[in-house]
Ligand binder design. Structure first.
Ligand code: NDP
Length: 498
C-alpha cells in the first residue's frame, strides 16, 4: 500500500497500520502490524495465560468481566467518539451499538456458570448404577476475526462469551477499525492486568489468515461470506473448528393488517441506520398489494427527512470507500431493469456519502435484490399475500435475520422465514436480546453467538459417568455370563419392544 490517502482507506506506514476517518481523512489510530511470527507469539502468550484465566473460575471471571462492563459503560462517550472518527458512524448510532455490547458482556458474565457449570444429569434405567455429570470446559484460545461495520458489538458478541466461558482471546480487528479493537483490549487490560487474557493482532487479511493457521483452538469469524469461505478453508488444514457469522440480505414483510407507520419507521431505521452497513440490515421489503402504496409513501416521507453528513447527521459516510462502487452498481442495475427510484437514485452516490435511496418494483433477479448492498438503499416490492412474500424472502442463499409487520399471522410468518432470527413489529431488535442466540443459515454462516447457545459455542461438552452401585445386569464386561446377556435381551424387549 502507498501513503496516498483516500479518506477512510487504511494505509501501512513504517510497519504501522494507520486508520483514517472516511469523512475527513483525519488519522484515527496507529497500531503496529503483526508478522506471522508476532501472531504466533501472541497466541502462545494467550495459551500460557489460559490456565490462569480458566483457574479464576466462573466467579472470578464474572467479577472481572463486570468490572470491564463498568469501564465500557463509564467511558461510553469516549468509545463512541472513537467509533465515529474511525468508521464515520454517527455518534448516537455508536452509543446504541455500545449499549448493546455492554448488555452482552453483562449477560455473558452473569450466566456462564448456570449455562456451562458442572451439573448432574439424570441416569436412565439401562445404566441406573451410574451417575451422569456434565460440564462445558473452555477450548483454550479463541481467535476472533471482526468486521468494521460494528467494531464494538460484533467482536464483543464473540469475545465476551468466549472469555466468560474461560477461554483467552486473540482478536484481529478489521483493518478499517484497528483503533477501536485496540481500545477494547487496552480497557480489558485495566481490569485484568496480570496476564494477556485478551489481546489483539493488527494488519490486513493476511494477519487474519495467519491467526487461522496459528493453532488457536477455535476461530470465530464475522465478515463477508467470501472471506468466511477462505477462513474455513484455512482452518480445515488443522481441523480448527470455526464459527461463521457472514453477510445477509434480510427482508421485511409487511402484511395487510400491519401498523403502517410503525412498519415504515422500522423499515427506514433497519435499512438506513449506520448508512445501511448492517449485516442484519433490512435491504428488501415485501409489502402486500392493499397496503403497498401507502407504505411506500410513509417510507419515502420518513427517509427524505434524514440528514447526511460528517457530524451530527443521521447518516454518515460509507466506511469502506470501495463499497461505493457496489452501491452504485446495485442502484444502476435496478433502474436499468425497470425498477423506479422513489427517493434518491443514481445521483444519490456522492462519495463518501450515499443519500437514502428507495427503489420500487425492482426485478427479483437484479443485484439490488439478490446481493448484499451494504448501503442506505432499500427495495420495496409488491406481493399478493404473505405467502408470496415468504417465498421471495426465502429465495436467496443468505438467511441471517428478518422482520415481519402484521397482527394475526405475523409470528407464524416469522417462523417460516429461512433465517436464524426474526423480529415481529420491529427491526433488528433480536441483536440486543442477550438471552437469544444470534447467527444465520446458508450463506449467512453457522454457529451462534449470544445467549446460552453463544456461551456453549465457546466451550466443549465434557461428559462423565461415575459408578454408584454394582451392575445388576453386567453388560460392559467380559465377565458377563450367557445368563446375563439373556436377561439383557429380556429387559430390552420388555422396555422398548412394545
Ligand atoms: P470481510 O470479510 O472483508 O473482513 C472480515 C474480517 O476478515 C476482517 O478483519 C478482514 O481483515 C479479515 N480477513 C480478510 N481476509 C482474510 C483471510 N483471508 N483470512 C482471514 N481473515 C481475513 O468483511 P468486512 O470487514 O467488509 O465486513 C462486512 C461483512 O461482514 C458484510 O458481509 C456483513 O454482512 C458481515 N457481517 C456479518 C455479521 C454477522 O453477525 N453475521 C455482523 C457484521 C457484519 P481486513 O479488514 O484487514 O481485510
Amino acid at each position: 500500500m502507498t501513503a496516498v490517502h483516500v479518506p477512510g482507506t487504511p494505509v501501512i506506514e513504517d510497519g504501522r497500520l494507520v486508520s483514517t476517518s472516511p469523512a475527513t481523512g483525519a488519522e484515527a489510530g496507529r497500531v503496529p502490524v503483526a508478522s506471522v511470527a508476532d501472531v504466533e507469539a501472541t497466541v502462545a502468550r494467550a495459551r500460557a495465560a489460559a490456565p490462569w484465566w480458566a483457574g479464576l473460575g466462573f466467579t472470578g471471571r464474572r467479577e472481572r468481566l463486570l468490572r470491564w462492563r463498568a469501564v465500557l459503560a463509564k467511558r461510553i462517550e469516549e468509545l463512541a467518539e472513537l467509533v465515529h472518527v474511525e468508521g464515520g458512524k454517527p455518534v448516537p448510532d455508536a452509543i446504541v451499538e455500545i449499549v448493546t455490547a455492554v448488555e452482552h458482556v453483562d449477560w455473558a458474565a452473569r450466566n456462564a456458570r448456570r449455562v456451562l457449570g458442572p451439573r448432574r444429569m439424570r441416569s436412565r434405567l439401562v445404566l441406573a448404577e451410574f451417575s451422569a455429570h456434565l460440564e462445558y470446559q473452555p477450548h483454550g484460545v479463541i481467535g476472533v476475526i471482526g468486521p468494521w461495520n460494528y467494531p464494538v458489538f460484533t467482536p464483543i458478541g464473540s469475545v465476551a462469551y468466549a472469555l466468560a466461558a474461560g477461554n483467552t482471546v486473540v482478536l484481529k480487528p478489521s483493518e478499517y477499525t484497528p483503533a477501536v479493537g485496540q481500545w477494547l483490549v487496552d480497557t480489558f487490560a485495566e481490569v485484568v492486568g496480570e496476564q494477556p487474557v485478551f489481546s489483539a493482532v493488527h494488519g490486513l487479511g493476511d494477519v487474519g489468515a495467519a491467526l487461522c493457521r496459528s493453532g488457536v483452538d477455535k476461530v470465530a469469524f464475522t465478515g463477508s461470506t467470501a472471506t468466511g469461505r477462505k477462513v474455513m478453508a484455512a482452518c480445515a488444514e488443522s481441523l480448527t473448528p470455526v464459527l461463521i457469522e457472514a453477510g445477509g440480505k434480510d427482508a421485511m414483510i409487511v402484511d395487510a393488517d400491519a401498523d403502517l407507520d410503525a412498519a415504515a419507521d422500522a423499515a427506514v431505521w433497519g435499512a438506513l441506520t449506520n448508512a445501511g452497513q448492517t449485516c442484519i440490515g433490512i435491504e428488501r421489503v415485501y409489502a402486500v398489494e392493499p397496503v403497498f402504496d401507502a407504505f411506500v409513501d410513509k417510507v419515502v416521507q420518513r427517509a427524505d427527512r434524514l440528514t447526511v453528513g460528517a457530524d451530527g447527521a443521521d447518516i454518515g459516510p460509507i466506511t469502506m470507500p470501495s463499497q461505493l462502487d457496489v452501491i452504485r452498481r446495485h442502484i444502476d442495475d435496478a433502474l436499468a431493469r425497470g425498477g423506479r427510484a422513489v427517493l434518491g437514485g443514481a445521483e444519490a452516490v456522492q462519495p463518501p456519502y450515499v443519500r437514502p435511496t428507495v427503489l420500487v418494483d425492482v426485478p427479483e433477479d437484479s443485484a439490488a435484490v439478490r446481493e448484499e448492498t451494504f448501503g442506505p438503499t432499500l427495495t420495496i416490492n409488491r406481493v399478493r399475500d404473505a405467502d408470496e412474500a415468504v417465498t421471495l424472502a426465502n429465495a436467496l442463499p443468505y438467511g441471517l435475520g428478518g422482520s415481519v409487520f402484521g397482527r394475526r399471522r405475523a409470528v407464524a410468518v416469522a417462523r417460516r422465514l429461512r433465517s436464524g432470527m426474526a423480529s415481529v413489529n420491529s427491526a433488528l431488535t433480536f441483536a440486543g436480546m442477550s438471552t437469544l442466540p444470534f447467527g444465520g443459515v446458508g450463506d449467512s454462516g453457522f454457529g451462534r453467538i449470544h445467549g446460552e447457545d453463544g456461551l456453549r459455542e465457546f466451550a466443549r461438552a465434557k461428559a462423565i459417568t461415575r459408578r454408584r452401585a454394582r451392575s445388576l445386569l453386567p453388560a460392559m464386561t467380559f465377565d458377563r455370563t450367557d445368563a446375563d446377556v439373556a436377561r439383557l435381551v429380556k429387559v430390552v424387549k420388555m422396555m422398548y419392544g412394545r
